[in-house]
Design a protein around this ligand. Sequence first.
Ligand code: SF4
Ligand code: SF4
Length: 381
Amino acid sequence: MSQPSLLARADFDSLIRALAARGYRVLGPRVRSGSIVFDEISGAADLSAGFISVQEPGSYRLEDSGNGRYFDYVHGPESLKRFLFAPKETLWTVSAGGEVSFKETLPDLRPLAVIGARACDLAGVSVQDRTFLAGQHSNYTDPYYACRRENLFIVAVNCTRSAATCFCVSMNTGPRARAGYDLALTELDEAFLVEAGSEQGETLLADLPLKPARDVDETAATQAIAAAADSQTRRLDTTDIQALLFSNLEHPRWDDVAERCLSCANCTMVCPTCFCHSESDVMSLDGTASEHRREWSSCFTLQHGYIHGAQIRPQIRHRYRQWLTHKLAAWIEQFGASGCVGCGRCITWCPTGIDLIEEVNAIRATRIDTPAPFASLFPPG
Ligand code: SF4
Ligand code: SF4
């Protein structure tokens, strides 16, 4: 890939125009209902500039940053998940006019470009790829996910600030975007340092009014990203985490967290890697057609634990335990990576401010280490 270049702040429109000229629907960060979400933009004027997000457990608010920067807000509730794994979609239709026929309903997609994805979001996509695309851990490709994935152009932004709930450094996923982007930007005072991460990104650079980056620009970018990393105070200690969680399934802390957890599923909705879903068939009123639908679900719902006529997670303690042990331990066995990328969204958007790091720390500090049921089915390593 080419050397980093500089795009002047006044020329940011050219990036949006170049993407639109190539047929992309372009999304960027915009304020909606008091938080930043990805929404359609046709020019830089549509971007929400000059905000920082103040994030704490159970709390999110936007404040004026006092400058006109576009990307100081860190992140909102959305990752890239909904652009690849749709919250609700029809997978196929069946009609019975004479003969019964099945029709796949693959989306006819206009290519999508998202400006503002963070390093943790890229890591989240990498985790979702292991779930939905054939590879080392699966021989099945979900065609709905795959066609969206092929049509997605990602403009990542290196974080130069961290929220108080971020812990990507301890998960080795950020704050610098390392892979999985087409272009990566670092916002400087009057310009953006631009790096290409794919051939499409490299090709697009040819349409932009760029200048070569100077050493001083690259140093400023590196220092700003390092400052964001240094400011992170939350860290998840992942030492021996699989054994810790699997051997503490009966720890009293699960009862403690169940007293605070509303089982609302917010944490799974905002998590960039959660992929639980339900499927259902919806019949037409005259009984001649039906749609097979998939929509996001959550291990926090009672319905999701209802399997073959029995409720396998009747209490909140079971559901929170399922979520945390799957995310931080079983995922590693299934997919060879943690299911957590350290974005901190589940902490910010939990209405009661439950912090998964505190829960793990509490179990670690008072571990009881009893043999896990069915432990022999899951030998370590
Ligand atoms: S941990 Fe928080 S966000 Fe998750 S289900 Fe419980 S109350 Fe809701
Ligand atoms: S578990 Fe929480 S911190 Fe980890 S990736 Fe999901 S939302 Fe982010």
